[in-house]
Design a protein around this ligand. Sequence first.
Ligand code: ZN
Length: 323
Amino acid sequence: MDGMEGARPDKEVPVGSERDCAMAKALSVIGDTWTFLVVREAFFAARRFGDFQERLGISRTTLSATLDKLVEAGVFAARDLEPGSRWKAYSLTPKGIDLFPVFLSLLAFGDRWLQKGVPPLALFHLDCRSWFAPRTLWAETGQPVRAAGIRFRIAAGYWRPAEPATRSRRPWRDGQVVGRRPCSVERTLSIVGDRWSFLILREMFHGNTRFDEIHRNLGIATNILSDRLKTLAAGGLIEGGGRGAYALTSEGEELFGPLALMKAWADRWLIPERKQNLSFEDARTGQPLTPQVVCSCCGRPVSARRVRYVTGYSLEGASDKPA
Ligand SMILES: [Zn+2]
Protein backbone atom coordinates (compact mmCIF):
# COMPACT_ATOMS: atom_id res chain seq x y z
CA MET A 1 0.00 0.00 0.00
CA ASP A 2 2.94 2.34 0.68
CA GLY A 3 3.84 2.57 -2.98
CA MET A 4 0.37 3.91 -3.72
CA GLU A 5 0.47 6.90 -1.42
CA GLY A 6 0.38 9.37 -4.27
CA ALA A 7 -2.78 7.72 -5.51
CA ARG A 8 -4.69 8.41 -2.33
CA PRO A 9 -6.62 11.66 -2.62
CA ASP A 10 -7.92 11.24 0.91
CA LYS A 11 -4.51 11.11 2.54
CA GLU A 12 -3.10 14.57 2.89
CA VAL A 13 -5.06 17.54 4.19
CA PRO A 14 -4.33 20.54 1.93
CA VAL A 15 -2.81 23.52 3.70
CA GLY A 16 -5.49 25.68 5.31
CA SER A 17 -8.13 22.95 4.98
CA GLU A 18 -9.62 20.26 7.11
CA ARG A 19 -11.69 17.18 6.47
CA ASP A 20 -15.44 17.78 6.39
CA CYS A 21 -15.73 14.44 8.02
CA ALA A 22 -18.88 12.60 9.06
CA MET A 23 -17.00 10.61 11.64
CA ALA A 24 -15.76 13.78 13.32
CA LYS A 25 -19.35 14.99 13.34
CA ALA A 26 -20.41 11.80 15.10
CA LEU A 27 -17.60 12.26 17.61
CA SER A 28 -18.72 15.79 18.35
CA VAL A 29 -21.97 14.26 19.56
CA ILE A 30 -20.81 11.08 21.29
CA GLY A 31 -17.02 11.39 21.34
CA ASP A 32 -16.30 11.51 25.03
CA THR A 33 -16.36 8.62 27.40
CA TRP A 34 -19.15 9.81 29.69
CA THR A 35 -21.46 10.48 26.76
CA PHE A 36 -20.85 6.97 25.43
CA LEU A 37 -21.58 5.50 28.82
CA VAL A 38 -24.75 7.54 29.36
CA VAL A 39 -26.07 6.37 25.98
CA ARG A 40 -25.07 2.82 26.83
CA GLU A 41 -27.09 2.97 30.06
CA ALA A 42 -30.08 4.13 28.06
CA PHE A 43 -29.76 0.90 26.06
CA PHE A 44 -29.89 -0.83 29.47
CA ALA A 45 -33.20 0.93 30.11
CA ALA A 46 -31.94 3.72 32.36
CA ARG A 47 -34.58 6.44 32.19
CA ARG A 48 -34.33 8.76 35.19
CA PHE A 49 -31.51 11.00 36.30
CA GLY A 50 -31.05 8.78 39.36
CA ASP A 51 -30.74 5.63 37.21
CA PHE A 52 -27.82 7.07 35.29
CA GLN A 53 -26.17 8.48 38.37
CA GLU A 54 -26.49 5.29 40.36
CA ARG A 55 -25.22 3.06 37.58
CA LEU A 56 -22.34 5.21 36.46
CA GLY A 57 -21.18 6.89 39.64
CA ILE A 58 -21.01 10.07 37.60
CA SER A 59 -21.12 13.52 39.22
CA ARG A 60 -24.45 15.35 39.08
CA THR A 61 -22.93 18.27 37.22
CA THR A 62 -21.34 16.12 34.51
CA LEU A 63 -24.46 13.98 34.16
CA SER A 64 -26.69 17.01 33.91
CA ALA A 65 -24.51 18.59 31.21
CA THR A 66 -24.25 15.29 29.32
CA LEU A 67 -28.02 14.72 29.36
CA ASP A 68 -28.66 18.28 28.17
CA LYS A 69 -26.17 17.79 25.37
CA LEU A 70 -27.78 14.53 24.27
CA VAL A 71 -31.25 16.10 24.29
CA GLU A 72 -29.97 19.06 22.31
CA ALA A 73 -28.36 16.69 19.82
CA GLY A 74 -31.65 14.82 19.41
CA VAL A 75 -30.20 11.54 20.70
CA PHE A 76 -32.38 11.62 23.83
CA ALA A 77 -35.89 12.97 24.29
CA ALA A 78 -36.84 14.37 27.70
CA ARG A 79 -40.34 14.60 29.15
CA ASP A 80 -41.62 15.40 32.62
CA LEU A 81 -41.49 12.30 34.77
CA GLU A 82 -44.92 13.24 36.12
CA PRO A 83 -47.03 16.22 35.19
CA GLY A 84 -45.53 19.25 36.88
CA SER A 85 -42.51 17.31 38.15
CA ARG A 86 -39.12 18.97 37.86
CA TRP A 87 -37.66 15.54 37.14
CA LYS A 88 -37.39 14.29 33.61
CA ALA A 89 -37.60 10.88 32.03
CA TYR A 90 -35.10 10.36 29.24
CA SER A 91 -35.51 8.03 26.32
CA LEU A 92 -33.61 7.29 23.16
CA THR A 93 -35.02 8.85 20.02
CA PRO A 94 -34.87 6.93 16.71
CA LYS A 95 -31.61 8.78 16.08
CA GLY A 96 -30.30 7.51 19.44
CA ILE A 97 -31.53 3.95 18.90
CA ASP A 98 -29.71 3.96 15.59
CA LEU A 99 -26.42 4.19 17.55
CA PHE A 100 -26.95 0.59 18.69
CA PRO A 101 -24.68 -0.95 16.03
CA VAL A 102 -21.83 1.36 17.11
CA PHE A 103 -22.17 0.07 20.67
CA LEU A 104 -22.41 -3.55 19.59
CA SER A 105 -19.31 -3.11 17.50
CA LEU A 106 -17.32 -1.58 20.39
CA LEU A 107 -18.61 -4.34 22.62
CA ALA A 108 -17.50 -7.05 20.21
CA PHE A 109 -14.10 -5.40 19.90
CA GLY A 110 -13.68 -5.31 23.68
CA ASP A 111 -14.85 -8.91 24.07
CA ARG A 112 -12.43 -10.09 21.47
CA TRP A 113 -9.31 -8.18 22.42
CA LEU A 114 -9.59 -6.88 25.94
CA GLN A 115 -11.55 -9.48 27.80
CA LYS A 116 -10.05 -12.62 29.26
CA GLY A 117 -12.49 -15.48 29.63
CA VAL A 118 -16.24 -15.34 29.29
CA PRO A 119 -17.59 -11.98 28.07
CA PRO A 120 -19.42 -10.17 30.88
CA LEU A 121 -22.51 -9.54 28.79
CA ALA A 122 -24.40 -12.16 26.83
CA LEU A 123 -26.62 -11.09 23.94
CA PHE A 124 -29.74 -12.90 22.81
CA HIS A 125 -31.27 -12.33 19.39
CA LEU A 126 -35.07 -12.55 19.42
CA ASP A 127 -35.23 -13.00 15.63
CA CYS A 128 -33.42 -16.34 15.68
CA ARG A 129 -33.82 -17.22 19.39
CA SER A 130 -30.07 -17.62 19.76
CA TRP A 131 -27.22 -16.28 21.82
CA PHE A 132 -25.00 -14.39 19.46
CA ALA A 133 -21.92 -12.26 18.95
CA PRO A 134 -22.17 -9.06 16.92
CA ARG A 135 -20.21 -9.10 13.64
CA THR A 136 -19.31 -5.92 11.78
CA LEU A 137 -19.47 -6.78 8.09
CA TRP A 138 -19.83 -4.99 4.78
CA ALA A 139 -23.46 -5.33 3.79
CA GLU A 140 -22.60 -5.85 0.12
CA THR A 141 -19.93 -8.56 0.47
CA GLY A 142 -20.34 -10.07 3.92
CA GLN A 143 -16.63 -9.52 4.54
CA PRO A 144 -15.35 -8.12 7.87
CA VAL A 145 -15.07 -4.34 7.85
CA ARG A 146 -11.39 -3.46 7.53
CA ALA A 147 -9.56 -0.54 5.98
CA ALA A 148 -7.30 -2.91 4.05
CA GLY A 149 -8.52 -3.64 0.55
CA ILE A 150 -10.88 -0.69 0.35
CA ARG A 151 -10.63 2.70 -1.27
CA PHE A 152 -11.82 5.97 0.25
CA ARG A 153 -13.64 7.93 -2.40
CA ILE A 154 -13.96 11.63 -1.67
CA ALA A 155 -16.46 13.98 -3.29
CA ALA A 156 -16.24 17.69 -3.99
CA GLY A 157 -16.54 19.60 -0.75
CA TYR A 158 -14.67 17.03 1.32
CA TRP A 159 -11.95 19.56 2.08
CA ARG A 160 -13.25 22.69 3.71
CA PRO A 161 -11.44 25.74 5.05
CA ALA A 162 -9.94 24.96 8.44
CA GLU A 163 -11.63 26.66 11.35
CA PRO A 164 -9.49 28.24 14.01
CA ALA A 165 -8.79 25.81 16.82
CA THR A 166 -11.70 26.21 19.20
CA ARG A 167 -11.71 22.65 20.28
CA SER A 168 -10.44 23.07 23.80
CA ARG A 169 -13.88 23.62 25.28
CA ARG A 170 -13.65 20.28 27.01
CA PRO A 171 -10.93 18.77 29.13
CA TRP A 172 -8.87 16.47 26.92
CA ARG A 173 -9.70 13.48 28.91
CA ASP A 174 -12.39 12.91 31.47
CA GLY A 175 -9.93 11.30 33.82
CA GLN A 176 -9.98 7.56 34.14
CA VAL A 177 -13.67 7.21 33.67
CA VAL A 178 -14.89 4.02 35.22
CA GLY A 179 -18.56 3.25 35.41
CA ARG A 180 -19.85 0.36 37.42
CA ARG A 181 -20.08 -2.25 34.74
CA PRO A 182 -17.19 -4.58 33.93
CA CYS A 183 -18.19 -3.96 30.37
CA SER A 184 -16.25 -4.49 27.17
CA VAL A 185 -17.41 -1.15 25.82
CA GLU A 186 -15.83 0.48 28.83
CA ARG A 187 -12.58 -1.38 28.39
CA THR A 188 -12.44 -0.26 24.79
CA LEU A 189 -13.17 3.33 25.74
CA SER A 190 -10.46 3.30 28.39
CA ILE A 191 -8.04 3.18 25.45
CA VAL A 192 -9.83 5.17 22.76
CA GLY A 193 -12.48 7.00 24.72
CA ASP A 194 -11.74 10.48 23.60
CA ARG A 195 -12.19 12.32 20.41
CA TRP A 196 -8.49 12.80 19.69
CA SER A 197 -7.71 9.12 19.93
CA PHE A 198 -10.41 8.30 17.41
CA LEU A 199 -9.20 11.06 15.10
CA ILE A 200 -5.60 9.81 15.32
CA LEU A 201 -6.80 6.34 14.34
CA ARG A 202 -8.81 7.88 11.53
CA GLU A 203 -5.66 9.57 10.18
CA MET A 204 -3.88 6.22 10.28
CA PHE A 205 -6.73 4.67 8.29
CA HIS A 206 -6.24 7.47 5.76
CA GLY A 207 -2.62 6.36 5.42
CA ASN A 208 -0.99 8.92 7.71
CA THR A 209 1.26 6.97 9.99
CA ARG A 210 4.12 9.33 10.89
CA PHE A 211 4.03 11.68 13.85
CA ASP A 212 4.55 14.77 11.69
CA GLU A 213 1.83 13.69 9.22
CA ILE A 214 -0.72 13.15 11.95
CA HIS A 215 0.31 16.39 13.63
CA ARG A 216 -0.06 18.37 10.44
CA ASN A 217 -3.31 16.79 9.31
CA LEU A 218 -5.07 17.15 12.65
CA GLY A 219 -3.62 20.42 13.86
CA ILE A 220 -3.24 18.70 17.23
CA ALA A 221 -0.77 19.97 19.85
CA THR A 222 2.36 17.83 19.89
CA ASN A 223 2.16 17.05 23.62
CA ILE A 224 -1.43 15.82 23.26
CA LEU A 225 -0.50 13.79 20.20
CA SER A 226 2.45 12.18 22.05
CA ASP A 227 0.26 11.37 24.99
CA ARG A 228 -2.48 9.78 22.87
CA LEU A 229 0.00 7.77 20.79
CA LYS A 230 1.50 6.40 24.01
CA THR A 231 -1.93 5.39 25.28
CA LEU A 232 -2.82 3.76 21.97
CA ALA A 233 0.50 1.88 21.94
CA ALA A 234 0.11 0.78 25.57
CA GLY A 235 -3.37 -0.46 24.69
CA GLY A 236 -1.94 -2.57 21.86
CA LEU A 237 -3.67 -0.71 19.04
CA ILE A 238 -0.57 0.71 17.38
CA GLU A 239 3.11 -0.14 17.36
CA GLY A 240 6.38 1.35 16.23
CA GLY A 241 6.91 5.04 16.46
CA GLY A 242 10.11 6.72 17.56
CA ARG A 243 11.48 8.44 14.50
CA GLY A 244 9.75 6.08 12.10
CA ALA A 245 6.13 5.47 11.33
CA TYR A 246 3.51 3.95 13.53
CA ALA A 247 1.53 0.98 12.34
CA LEU A 248 -1.86 -0.29 13.33
CA THR A 249 -1.76 -3.70 14.96
CA SER A 250 -4.37 -6.23 13.85
CA GLU A 251 -6.27 -5.15 16.95
CA GLY A 252 -6.08 -1.51 15.87
CA GLU A 253 -7.18 -2.38 12.36
CA GLU A 254 -10.32 -3.90 13.75
CA LEU A 255 -11.39 -0.55 15.22
CA PHE A 256 -12.11 0.55 11.69
CA GLY A 257 -15.46 -1.23 12.13
CA PRO A 258 -16.79 0.98 14.95
CA LEU A 259 -15.38 4.08 13.22
CA ALA A 260 -17.05 3.19 9.91
CA LEU A 261 -20.33 2.62 11.77
CA MET A 262 -20.05 6.04 13.45
CA LYS A 263 -19.50 7.58 10.06
CA ALA A 264 -22.52 5.77 8.62
CA TRP A 265 -24.64 6.97 11.56
CA ALA A 266 -23.48 10.55 11.00
CA ASP A 267 -24.22 10.25 7.28
CA ARG A 268 -27.76 9.23 8.15
CA TRP A 269 -28.45 11.78 10.91
CA LEU A 270 -26.02 14.66 10.85
CA ILE A 271 -25.41 15.37 7.21
CA PRO A 272 -27.96 17.53 5.39
CA GLU A 273 -29.71 15.57 2.64
CA ARG A 274 -27.53 12.61 3.51
CA LYS A 275 -24.97 13.85 1.06
CA GLN A 276 -21.92 11.67 1.69
CA ASN A 277 -18.65 13.32 0.81
CA LEU A 278 -16.59 10.28 1.72
CA SER A 279 -17.57 6.77 0.79
CA PHE A 280 -15.98 3.36 0.86
CA GLU A 281 -15.54 1.08 -2.08
CA ASP A 282 -13.81 -2.18 -2.80
CA ALA A 283 -10.34 -1.34 -4.11
CA ARG A 284 -10.48 -4.12 -6.73
CA THR A 285 -14.04 -4.00 -7.96
CA GLY A 286 -15.09 -0.42 -7.14
CA GLN A 287 -18.23 -1.75 -5.46
CA PRO A 288 -19.64 0.67 -2.88
CA LEU A 289 -19.46 -0.70 0.67
CA THR A 290 -21.70 -0.05 3.68
CA PRO A 291 -20.88 -1.28 7.20
CA GLN A 292 -23.50 -3.07 9.24
CA VAL A 293 -23.70 -5.21 12.36
CA VAL A 294 -25.22 -8.64 12.00
CA CYS A 295 -25.99 -11.59 14.25
CA SER A 296 -23.35 -14.33 14.24
CA CYS A 297 -26.10 -16.97 14.21
CA CYS A 298 -28.65 -15.88 11.63
CA GLY A 299 -26.59 -13.28 9.76
CA ARG A 300 -29.37 -10.70 9.89
CA PRO A 301 -28.83 -7.05 10.90
CA VAL A 302 -29.36 -6.57 14.62
CA SER A 303 -31.67 -3.89 15.98
CA ALA A 304 -31.87 -2.71 19.59
CA ARG A 305 -35.48 -3.79 20.03
CA ARG A 306 -34.72 -7.38 19.06
CA VAL A 307 -31.93 -8.00 21.56
CA ARG A 308 -32.09 -9.11 25.20
CA TYR A 309 -29.17 -9.09 27.59
CA VAL A 310 -27.95 -11.24 30.41
CA THR A 311 -25.16 -9.88 32.52
CA GLY A 312 -22.70 -12.12 34.28
CA TYR A 313 -22.20 -9.54 37.01
CA SER A 314 -24.18 -7.35 39.37
CA LEU A 315 -23.79 -3.63 39.75
CA GLU A 316 -22.47 -2.53 43.09
CA GLY A 317 -25.18 -0.72 44.96
CA ALA A 318 -27.44 -0.55 41.95
CA SER A 319 -30.38 -2.51 40.66
CA ASP A 320 -29.86 -3.64 37.12
CA LYS A 321 -32.85 -3.70 34.86
CA PRO A 322 -31.87 -4.98 31.44
CA ALA A 323 -34.11 -3.84 28.64
ZN1 ZN B 1 -29.86 -13.91 14.94
